[in-house]
Design a protein around this ligand. Structure first.
Ligand code: NAD
Length: 909
C-alpha cells in the first residue's frame, strides 16, 4: 500500500483584519468593502515561502525519522530564489541526509498537487521510499485590491511512502491547459489578472469538474463514494456551484478556509487536505483537486493508522495561536510595499560570503551545534575545544541538533536603536534544556510578553536581506511557545507563606485551599468554635482543611489559637515563622455573629463580636506586619461586610466592628506603603453557616465561596499594586466601594462664621455628590476644607462645553429614535465606548421599538468601537461618521452594512 504517511501545516500567527484594508483604502476602492469580512493570514516580516515550508515540514515530521526521507519536493510560486535550489535550503534546515533528491515545483497554482502526484508515482515506481512534499506561498498583490483580501500566506507538508500509510493513494488524473487566468512575468512583483467572470466561467467551473470527473471515470467511482471533497476556489459562490455541478452534497465539501487564512496559492489544496485529514476517520475517502493551468485530481482512502499519528500542530493549533492586527501600514511595511527611512545603521554591508555559508551550513541553516562525547556538554556553536572548564577535551564534539530542544529565555532586551522592521528589536540569551546557550533574535511576539524563564521554540526565519544582490540570509530565532506567556502570567504564590484566620470552614477554607493550589504554604487557623463563638473550640475544623490541602499536593499547617487575644495572634504568626520561616500574606477572616436589636444588645454580645472581628484583626496583623516590614513585602486582606458598609438591622455590634476594619485598613495602607505592604478589604457575600438563615434559599445555592475567592487571591498576589480599597464580591460579581467626598460649599468668611440658617439655605449644595472624590488620606481631606474648589471651575473629566456625556446620550437615545424608519428592522447594535467616560451599551431595534441597555449583547448585528470623546463629537455633529470610520476613530465589526441604518433610525444632530 502506498499513500500519505504524515501531514503538517503552518499558518503564520499574524492575521490582518480585512476591514482594516477597507478602512485604509475604502476611500479609493469602495467596492472592496464587499469582501472586507474576517481576517487573512499574513507573514511576519521575517517569513517567506521557505520559512513556512520548513515550519510545516517540521510539523509533518513529528514522530517520524527524517533520515528515512529519500526526496524532498518543494512547491511554490513565490520562491525567494530563481536560481538556487529552494528545496535545498529547506532540506538543510531540516537536517535531512545528504544523499537525497530535492526539487522545486513552481510556476503554477497546481504546483502543490503536481508535486504530490509526482511523489506518489515515484514511490509507486519503487525507486524512492519516503518523500516529503512541502508547499508554501506568500503571494504579493497590489493594495486596495480584492485579491489582497482573498489571499493568505501559509504552507502544508505531506509525507508519502509505503509504510504506516494513513491515507491510501488510489489514483490521480491530471489535465493541462495553457489557460491564463492570471500570470506573473519573470521580473514582475505582482500578478496580472484577467476578467473575473471569464476566469470563473471558462476556468474554474469547467476545468475542475473535468479533472474530477476524469478521475472518477478512471477509478470507476461516483461522487457518492467521496466523503470529503477538497478543492480551492476563492470565488465563494463558484465554489458551491462547482460542488453542485459535481453532485457533491454540501456537507461533503471541505471549507475553503477563507475565514481561517484566505487562499494560500500553491499550498492551498494541500492545506485544505490537511484540514480534511485532521477530521477524517478510518475508511473515509478524500478527493482533492488543485487548479492552475489545468487541474490535478487525487483520490485517497483513510486507514486505521490515522488515529495513531502523534500529536501535531496542524491547521487547528495554528488557528488557536493567531494574533489579529488592524494596523494596515504595518502590513505594507512587512510586505515592503512602502519605503521607510531605516537609518544609517541599515546601510551596513550585508554581503554573504558563500564560502562561509558553505562551510558553516549545518550551523547556520540546520542549527547544529556540538555535544562533547567525553563529558556530555552541549554547546552552540560547535568548537574544537569543549566549553566545560572541567573537561576541555579537544575535537570531542559530535553533531547536536538544537532546533527541537526545549529552551527558555535567560535574558532579553528590546532595542529601539538597532535596525528593525518591527521595533523594538527583541533579542536575548536562550538556554536549552540539557545544556547549551545561544544569543538569539526573538520573533512573533510583543515585547511585553517576554519574561525571564519564558519557554520558547526555535524557528527558521529570514534574518537579513541583501537587496542589492538579491540574497536572503536565513537563521534560527526564538519565539514564545504558544500559550506559555499566559501560563506564566497566572497568579501564583510559589514560595509565599499565607495565614488565613478562621480557615476551618466557609470562606476561609476556600481561600486556604485556593492559595495552596497556587503554590502558597498555608497556616490554617481556626479555633473551631460555634457560630456565635460560644463553647469550647475543636481542632478538627483546621485539621480537616490541612488534610484537604495535603491530598491536593499542597503544604499547610494547622493552628487552633484564638484570634480574639493578643497571645493567640502572636502564636498564629509564630506558627508561620516556625514552620515556614516567613509571613507574606495575611487574610483576617475569622468571624462570629451575635445579632440582636440595639436595645437588646448587652455588653457581652457587643464585646464578643468586637473581640473576634476588630481586636482579632489587630491581634494577628500586628505581629504579621512586623515580619512583613522586615522583609519589605506583604499583602493583607481585611474582611468587612455590607452590614458595616451600608447598615443592617439587628447587627449594630457586627456593623461597627466590620466598619472599624475599614478604618484600620485606611491607616495601615499608609504605614505599610514604604515597605511594599498592601492592605485591602473584601466585603464578601457567600453561602456559609453565618448566612444560611439570613439569605433567601435560592441565592444561598448560587453563592459558593469559590465565587469570592478569586478577588481575595488577587489582593494577596504580587500582581496587586493597589492598597486601601474595599471590594464587594459575591456570586461572581465584583465592585469597589469607597468613601466619597462631595465638592461642598464654602460659607461665611474668616471674620464671620456661617450661621445655621446658611446651612439650611445651602442644604442641597452641601449634599451634592456630583464630582465627589476619594481622599488619599486625612491630610488631603483637611486640605480640601482649607482650599475648596472655586465655584464654577470645571474639574477634569467633564465632557466639554456641550455638557453631553456618553451615559446621558444613551439615556436620550430612545427619544432620538425614528420609529417610522424602523419598519421590518431587526438589529442589535453593540457600542463599546472606551475611555474614562465610556462603557458598553446595547441598542436594540425590533418591532419598530428601540431599547437601550448598559452591558454587552451575545450576538450583536454589529459592534461599534469608539472613544468617549469621539462618540460625543459624533453625536453632537462635530465629527462626520464617514470620516470617523475611514480615519479609524470608529471601528465597526460584524455586519457593517446594517450599521449604516443608524443614521436613519436615530435623529442625531
Ligand atoms: P464561617 O462561620 O463559615 O467561618 C468563620 C470561621 O471562623 C469558623 O470556622 C470559625 O470557627 C472561625 N472562628 C470564629 N471565631 C474565631 C476565633 N476567635 N479564632 C479563630 N477562628 C475563629 O463564616 P464565613 O461566612 O465563612 O465568614 C468568614 C468571614 O467573612 C467573617 O469575617 C464574616 O464576618 C465575613 N463575611 C461573610 C459574609 C458571608 O456572606 N458569608 C458576608 C460578609 C462578611
Amino acid at each position: 500500500m502506498i499513500g500519505i504517511t504524515s501531514y503538517g501545516a503552518y499558518i503564520p500567527r499574524l492575521r490582518l483584519d480585512r476591514m482594516s484594508i477597507f478602512q485604509a483604502m475604502g476611500w479609493f476602492a469602495p467596492a472592496i468593502m464587499m469582501v472586507a469580512q474576517g481576517h487573512r493570514s499574513m507573514c511576519n516580516w521575517d517569513e517567506d515561502s521557505i520559512t513556512m515550508a520548513v515550519a510545516a515540514s517540521r510539523d509533518c515530521l513529528s514522530g517520524k525519522d527524517r533520515k528515512e526521507l529519500d526526496a524532498l519536493f518543494l512547491a511554490s510560486t513565490t520562491l525567494p530564489f530563481a536560481d538556487r535550489q529552494n528545496a535545498g535550503i529547506v532540506s538543510t534546515a531540516l537536517n535531512l541526509k545528504e544523499n537525497i533528491l530535492t526539487s522545486d515545483f513552481t510556476s503554477s497554482q497546481k504546483a502543490g498537487t503536481s508535486a504530490l502526484v509526482a511523489a506518489l508515482e515515484a514511490v509507486r515506481g519503487g525507486g524512492l521510499k519516503n518523500i516529503l512534499v512541502a508547499a508554501a506561498d506568500r503571494r504579493e498583490t497590489k493594495t486596495a485590491y480584492f485579491y489582497e483580501m482573498w489571499f493568505g500566506d501559509g504552507a502544508a507538508s505531506v509525507m508519502v511512502g509505503d509504510r504506516d500509510v494513513i491515507a491510501e493513494f488510489k489514483g490521480s488524473y491530471s489535465v493541462s491547459y495553457d489557460f491564463v487566468d492570471h500570470y506573473r512575468g519573470a521580473q514582475k512583483k505582482f500578478d496580472y489578472v484577467w476578467e473575473e467572470r471569464w476566469v470563473r466561467d471558462a476556468g474554474y467551473s469547467k476545468i475542475i469538474p473535468e479533472a474530477v470527473n476524469g478521475l472518477m471515470k478512471k477509478l470507476g467511482i461516483t461522487i457518492d463514494q467521496v466523503d470529503r471533497l477538497v478543492f480551492p476556489c476563492f470565488f465563494k459562490a463558484e465554489h458551491s456551484n462547482i460542488a453542485k455541478k459535481l453532485g457533491a452534497a454540501p456537507d461533503k465539501v471541505v471549507n475553503t478556509m477563507h475565514e481561517t487564512c484566505g487562499e494560500t496559492g500553491a499550498a492551498h489544496a494541500l492545506l485544505m487536505l490537511v484540514s480534511a485529514l485532521e477530521e477524517a476517520k478510518p475508511k473515509e475517502r478524500i478527493l482533492v483537486a488543485g487548479f492552475g493551468q489545468g487541474c490535478d485530481a487525487l483520490y485517497f482512502e483513510v486507514t486505521e493508522n490515522i488515529v495513531k499519528l502523534p500529536k501535531r500542530s496542524g491547521v487547528k493549533e495554528a488557528d488557536k495561536n493567531k494574533k489579529v492586527i488592524d494596523n494596515y501600514p504595518k502590513w505594507l511595511k512587512f510586505r515592503d510595499l512602502i519605503q521607510t527611512e531605516m537609518g544609517i545603521r541599515a546601510e551596513a554591508p550585508t554581503q554573504t560570503a558563500m564560502t562561509t555559508l558553505w562551510r558553516k551550513r549545518k550551523m547556520l541553516l540546520g542549527m547544529v551545534g556540538g555535544k562533547c562525547e567525553k563529558c556530555g556538554t552541549a554547546q552552540f556553536p560547535k568548537m574544537d575545544i569543549c566549553v566545560n572548564p572541567a573537561c576541555g577535551a579537544i575535537r570531542s564534539q559530535a553533531d547536536y541538533e538544537f532546533a527541537d530542544v526545549p529552551a527558555k529565555i535567560k535574558t532579553f532586551t528590546g532595542d529601539l536603536l538597532a535596525v528593525s522592521v518591527d521595533p523594538p528589536h527583541k533579542y536575548g540569551m536562550v538556554q536549552f534544556e540539557g545544556g547549551g546557550r545561544f544569543m538569539s533574535d526573538i520573533t512573533d511576539c510583543e515585547f511585553d510578553e517576554l519574561k525571564v524563564g519564558l519557554p520558547v521554540n526555535m524557528v527558521f526565519r529570514r534574518r537579513v536581506e541583501d537587496k542589492e544582490r538579491g540574497f536572503v540570509n536565513y537563521f534560527w530565532k526564538a519565539t514564545p511557545v504558544p500559550g506559555a506567556a499566559a501560563e506564566m502570567n497566572k497568579v501564583r504564590f510559589d514560595g509565599r507563606v499565607a495565614i488565613v484566620t478562621g480557615a476551618g470552614a466557609g470562606l476561609g477554607r476556600v481561600y486556604a485551599l485556593e492559595l495552596a493550589k497556587r503554590g502558597a504554604k498555608v497556616v490554617v487557623n481556626d479555633l473551631g468554635g460555634s457560630r456565635d463563638g460560644s463553647g469550647a473550640g475543636s481542632i478538627s475544623a483546621a485539621d480537616r482543611v490541612v488534610d484537604e490541602i495535603k491530598v491536593l499536593g499542597g503544604e499547610a499547617v494547622a493552628n487552633y489559637d484564638n484570634v480574639a487575644t493578643p497571645e493567640g495572634g502572636e502564636k498564629i504568626v509564630k506558627t508561620a515563622l516556625d514552620v515556614f520561616g516567613s509571613v507574606d500574606i495575611l487574610v483576617n477572616n475569622a468571624g462570629i455573629l451575635r445579632d440582636k436589636s440595639f436595645i437588646k444588645m448587652e455588653p457581652e454580645n457587643w464585646k464578643a463580636v468586637m473581640d473576634v472581628h476588630l481586636s482579632g484583626a489587630y491581634n494577628v496583623t500586628r505581629p504579621a506586619f512586623t515580619a512583613m516590614k522586615e522583609k519589605g513585602y506583604g499583602r493583607t486582606v481585611m474582611t468587612t461586610s455590607a452590614a458595616g458598609l451600608y447598615g443592617n438591622f439587628g447587627q449594630t455590634n457586627y456593623s461597627a466592628a466590620k466598619m472599624a476594619l475599614v478604618g484600620l485598613m485606611n491607616t495601615l495602607k499608609l504605614e505599610g506603603k514604604k515597605y511594599n505592604i498592601k492592605v485591602n478589604t473584601i466585603a464578601p457575600l457567600a453561602a456559609s453557616r453565618l448566612t444560611e438563615d439570613v439569605m433567601p434559599p435560592e441565592i444561598f445555592e448560587k453563592s459558593k465561596p469559590e465565587f469570592v475567592a478569586p478577588m481575595v487571591l488577587y489582593l494577596c498576589s504580587e500582581e496587586c499594586g493597589d492598597s486601601g480599597a474595599v471590594f464587594n464580591s459575591g456570586m461572581g460579581y465584583f465592585n469597589r466601594a469607597a468613601i466619597m467626598t462631595g465638592p461642598g460649599v464654602k460659607l461665611g468668611d474668616a471674620g464671620n462664621p456661617p450661621t445655621p440658617e446658611q446651612i439650611s439655605e445651602n442644604w442641597d449644595r452641601i449634599n451634592l455628590m456630583d464630582g465627589a472624590k476619594e481622599m488619599e488620606d486625612a491630610n488631603t481631606a483637611i486640605f480640601a476644607l482649607i482650599a475648596p474648589p472655586e465655584p464654577g471651575k470645571k474639574e477634569s473629566g467633564d465632557t466639554g462645553e456641550s455638557g453631553a456625556d456618553v451615559k446621558g446620550i444613551f439615556g436620550k437615545m430612545p427619544e432620538m429614535f425614528n420609529a417610522a424608519a424602523a419598519k421590518d428592522v431587526d438589529v442589535v447594535f453593540q457600542y463599546a465606548v472606551s475611555g474614562p467616560g465610556g462603557g458598553n451599551w446595547v441598542v436594540t431595534v425590533r418591532d419598530s421599538k428601540c431599547s437601550v441597555t448598559e452591558g454587552t449583547a451575545e450576538n450583536p448585528t454589529c459592534t461599534l468601537k469608539i472613544s468617549d470623546g469621539d462618540f460625543v463629537e459624533l453625536i453632537t455633529g462635530k465629527l462626520n461618521p464617514m470620516q470617523a470610520f475611514t480615519s479609524g476613530k470608529l471601528k465597526i465589526e460584524g455586519d457593517i452594512m446594517k450599521s449604516q441604518l443608524i443614521g436613519k433610525l436615530f435623529k442625531i444632530k
